[in-house]
Design a protein around this ligand. Structure first.
Ligand code: ATP
Ligand code: MG
Length: 424
């Protein structure tokens, strides 16, 4: 017996009922990005494994245990992208996009991480990422945070909070790292296994631990804000001032560190308490060191990525669910070959006249009765009915499917005008 075919664990289909909601949200987001002057960059889903290892960091959870990597037929190690920034930077360097110019870019699409699937956490998920290159001042940090706040506003989302922190420059951060290691070493017996491992590899991530038994220890740990360099301190103060002026509320979270190695200075996350444990909707920050690290000249960079699955779930809990747009008309045809040909032609005439018309032509034959049932089920506002007599007279029957009014006979030349009056 053959095994039942199923999608891979942690990878979901998005069925039509849901995809219309996705399209609507994506359209709104793209519109906002366009209004701020951000342009789309389309990137491959596969990259060389080395790209992620070098940019995200060997010691991060993503690179150490979450990547989908494999050898292709040439023996090259490739990886399904776990995030978009690395590919975006690679493309920018490859095409000289950072040379003497600034860039405001966005991308969207699937990302892959081999994590434990649970509510709000999948192995294939979708992100919209936004990146700005070539700006080192806090103004671009503010612009992107203000832009993200507009997204939530325009999507009708309320239960979302902005958390902010500064990690300092890479130098300040590495000094702080030593201080933190010293502190946790003094209390090593209280650490769990995960944190013990991180102590050697990525001690800042201990601050991000979700283990309730560690919270006391973490709360008393030296805070990064007391070890910031002056440059980062000024940068952060200016950012806070700009956000205050723009009326953006925030919380400073001294334990916000982010999972990727290449962040420094500003980091931020938009979180909600509406979705259980997976509360981070959108996260990002400044990563000035990355491009230089790839062998380019130094180019400051700031960006964020939002998780589409969590965003869609939050929109639902906020009660702003998007209604499916119904069909305007369903064309019902009798079975003669000539009528079918005429029906397809009439449908094209109407689509030429009315670019916003949503019209489905019945295909596959069947009685008028069964076609009416389909038309009704489709949610269409009107049935258009075509038989051989109508074709001969160049008319079409028009029947509202949403009230009991009588069917009318309309000349082909008038049907477009009548439909136009009844659709938005
Ligand atoms: P988390 O702490 O929840 O694991 P992260 O810090 O790993 O998140 P980022 O790499 O910053 O996440 O990705 C940005 C956003 O992408 C997250 O805020 C989240 O909304 C979404 N995201 C990340 N991983 C997943 C996943 N496995 N499934 C669904 N969405 C995800
Ligand atoms: Mg993660």
């Amino acid at each position: 017996m053959s095994e039942k075919l199923q999608a891979i664990r942690g990878m979901r289909d998005i069925l039509p009922e849901e995809s219309v909601r996705w399209q609507c949200v994506e359209r709104k987001i793209i519109q906002v990005l366009d209004r701020y002057g951000y342009q789309e960059i389309r990137l491959p889903i596969l990259e060389k494994t080395e790209l992620f290892a070098r940019s995200i960091g060997e010691q991060t959870d993503i690179v150490a245990k979450e990547m989908y990597s494999f050898e292709d037929r040439n023996g090259d190690s490739l990886t399904l992208r776990p995030e978009g920034t690395a590919g975006c930077v690679r493309a920018g360097l490859e095409h000289g996009l950072f040379y003497n110019q600034t860039q405001r870019l966005w991308y969207m699409g699937p990302m892959f991480r081999h994590e434990r699937p649970q509510k709000g956490r999948q192995r294939q998920f979708h992100q919209i990422g936004v990146e700005a290159f070539g700006f080192d001042g806090p103004d671009i940090d503010a612009e992107l945070i203000i832009l993200s706040a507009r997204l939530w506003r325009e999507l009708g989302i309320k239960d979302i909070t902005l958390q902010l922190n500064s990690l300092g420059t890479l130098q300040a951060r590495s000094k702080y790292r030593e201080i933190l290691i010293d502190y946790f070493l003094k209390h090593e017996e209280q650490l769990d296994e995960d944190s013990r491992r991180r102590l050697q590899t990525n001690p800042l991530r201990i601050l991000d631990s979700k283990n309730p038994e560690l919270q006391g220890l973490i709360n008393s740990a030296p805070a990064i804000k007391d070890h910031l360099d002056t440059e980062s301190e000024e940068h952060f103060d200016q950012l806070l001032h700009m956000l205050n002026e723009a009326g953006i509320e925030y919380e400073i979270n001294p334990r916000l560190v982010r999972g990727l190695d290449y962040y420094g200075q500003t980091v931020f996350e938009w979180v909600t308490d509406q979705l259980g444990a997976q509360g981070a909707i959108c996260a990002g920050g400044r990563y000035n060191g990355l491009i230089e690290h790839f062998g380019g000249k130094s180019v400051p960079a700031f960006g964020f990525a939002l998780g589409m699955e969590r965003l869609m779930a939050l929109i639902k809990t906020n009660g702003n669910d998007i209604e499916r747009q119904p069909l305007h008309a369903y064309l019902i045809l009798s079975a003669e070959e000539e009528v079918i040909a005429a029906g397809l032609k009439l449908a094209e005439l109407l689509r030429d006249q009315l670019p916003h018309l949503r019209l489905t032509t019945h295909c596959g034959g069947g009685s008028f009765k069964s076609q009416f049932k389909r038309a009704d089920k489709s949610g269409a506002l009107f049935g258009l009915i075509l038989g051989s007599e109508e074709v001969e007279n160049q008319t079409v029957g028009l029947k509202s499917l949403r009230d009991k009014s009588e069917q009318e006979t309309i000349p082909w030349g008038n049907i477009g005008k009548i439909l136009a009056k009844n659709i938005q």
